[in-house]
Design a protein around this ligand. Structure first.
Ligand code: NI
Ligand code: MN
Length: 226
């Protein structure tokens, strides 16, 4: 059974009972953080891009736990700089897949700035515990989302809905349709006033216009991904 635990903003943990995969661990300075950075346990850390609200505590958590960072090489370089040592890491780039002990990770396009010179923002399709989970990272709506949903049948899509920096409600509803996702979990909203959103409205809009069920998960809550 694959479990999703939301730690606030765009940070979450996937746990299949054996492996723990953390994503975008922005906890220090995150007003919605549901866990302290020195409490997180994980084996892998996916980092979508180097903006502070995604890279966050990745270097410190990797250093403490020995977890492997999965990111583009420029982000890994920044993490090593922050940690003052060479961290365990697996470098990838857009379009690439890799098999890891928990399953498989594919790095996907995201339409967003990178936060690090020479870098690029990305998303991930994580194959774990018998599920395909797409984490969009920060992104605008882009038409190639159709290709992401065509290549991998998506059980869950984790989509930013906050607007201003990423897709807002309407674009994120269209994203759910283009991805043909069975389930959607909204992220990246209500952390600050500038990205406050009516998440119930997002749920109504998306469920009325797609096949997806929208699961509203509050920081600190865990959802079994069925
Ligand atoms: Ni960003
Ligand atoms: Mn962001």
């Amino acid at each position: 059974m694959l479990k999703y635990t939301y730690y606030g903003h765009a940070c979450f943990l996937l746990d299949d009972g054996t492996h723990k995969v953390l994503a975008d661990p922005f906890l220090t300075g995150n007003p919605k953080a549901a866990i302290a950075p020195d409490q997180v346990q994980c084996d892998y850390i996916l980092v979508s891009h180097a903006h502070g609200d995604h890279l966050g505590d990745a270097a410190a958590i990797a250093k403490r736990t020995g977890a492997t960072i999965v990111a583009i090489p420029e982000v890994i370089g920044l993490c090593n700089e922050q940690a003052g040592t060479e961290l365990k890491a697996h470098g990838m780039n857009l379009g690439g897949s890799v098999k890891l002990p928990f399953g498989k990770v594919r790095m996907t396009l995201a339409l967003h700035s990178s936060g690090v010179a020479g870098g690029i923002a990305c998303g991930f399709v994580v194959q774990m515990g018998g599920k395909n989970v797409y984490f969009a990272g920060d992104t605008a709506l882009f038409h190639d989302m159709k290709l992401i949903g065509r290549k991998d049948s998506l059980d869950y899509a984790l989509l930013p809905i906050g607007d201003n920096y990423t897709m807002g409600l309407e674009d994120a509803a269209l994203a759910a349709q283009w991805l043909n996702a069975a389930n959607v979990i909204p992220l990246h909203y209500d952390t600050w006033p500038v990205i406050e959103q009516d998440v119930k409205k997002y749920q109504e809009l998306t469920e009325a216009s797609t096949r997806a069920h929208v699961h509203i998960v509050s920081p600190g809550e865990t959802l079994e991904l069925k």
